[in-house]
Design a protein around this ligand. Structure first.
Ligand SMILES: C[S@@+](CC[C@H](N)C(=O)[O-])C[C@H]1O[C@@H](n2cnc3c(N)ncnc32)[C@H](O)[C@@H]1O
Length: 188
């Protein structure tokens, strides 16, 4: 049996992230990935969790409080501004990152991740990620605007130098209704 999309995305990060590291959730939404990352890095690590929607920040905060989690910095800002929250000392120190692209489930479907901002965030994180670190993207693209983001992202990542990065795509090509897929970028 093949792994489903989210478990596969998590497994990739589980195999790479170590306790004590700083990691990034680029789109915290309802907080599930933030919670997952916070458990991976433990009490000595830290998660920077971004979202542009107050609803997402509130939902994530409530989940973290309910789970007694206190190693997360919730950042009500766009992931394209990640550079404002890291500095020189974090170069090649970030353990990994995850992005769930698309809209917040149960919320306004017009507030979506967008190609240029997503690409800027990826390129910025590449400066900070440790050697062998991973950025994992779960690409939802069935909504209006999702297809454009998918295409621009694939086009951008296809041009990554294969000597410096490995880029993986994992998904089910015979499922109906634009199923999400995983993109994972590993810094060599
Ligand atoms: C698919 S949802 C994330 C789901 C989340 N990972 C979870 O487990 O519930 C996508 C989120 O990206 C957020 N978003 C859109 N553009 C963003 C940006 N530029 N920076 C940060 N978050 C953004 C949306 O507000 C939305 O909450």
């Amino acid at each position: 049996m093949f792994k489903k999309i989210i478990p596969y995305a998590h497994e990739l990060l589980e195999n790479s992230i170590k306790p004590g590291e700083i990691v990034i959730d680029g789109t915290c939404g309802n907080g599930k990935d933030t919670l997952f990352l916070s458990k991976l890095v433990g009490n000595h690590g830290k998660v920077l969790a971004f979202d542009i929607q107050q609803q997402a920040i509130t939902n994530t905060r409530n989940l973290l409080i309910a789970q007694n989690i206190n190693n997360v910095e919730l950042i009500h800002d766009g992931h394209q501004c990640i550079d404002n929250y890291l500095d020189e000392e974090h170069k090649e120190q970030v353990g990994g990152a995850i992005f769930n692209l698309g809209y917040l489930p149960g919320s306004d479907k017009k507030i979506i991740t967008t190609p240029n901002k997503t690409i800027k965030a990826i390129d910025t994180i590449m400066k900070y990620i440790k050697p062998d670190g991973l950025i994992v993207l779960v690409v939802y693209h069935g909504h209006t605007g999702g297809d454009i983001e998918k295409e621009k992202l694939l086009q951008h990542l296809r041009n990554f130098d294969q000597k410096k990065y490995q880029v993986l795509q994992y998904g089910f090509i015979n499922q109906r209704n634009n199923p999400p897929f995983v993109l994972a970028i590993e810094k060599a």
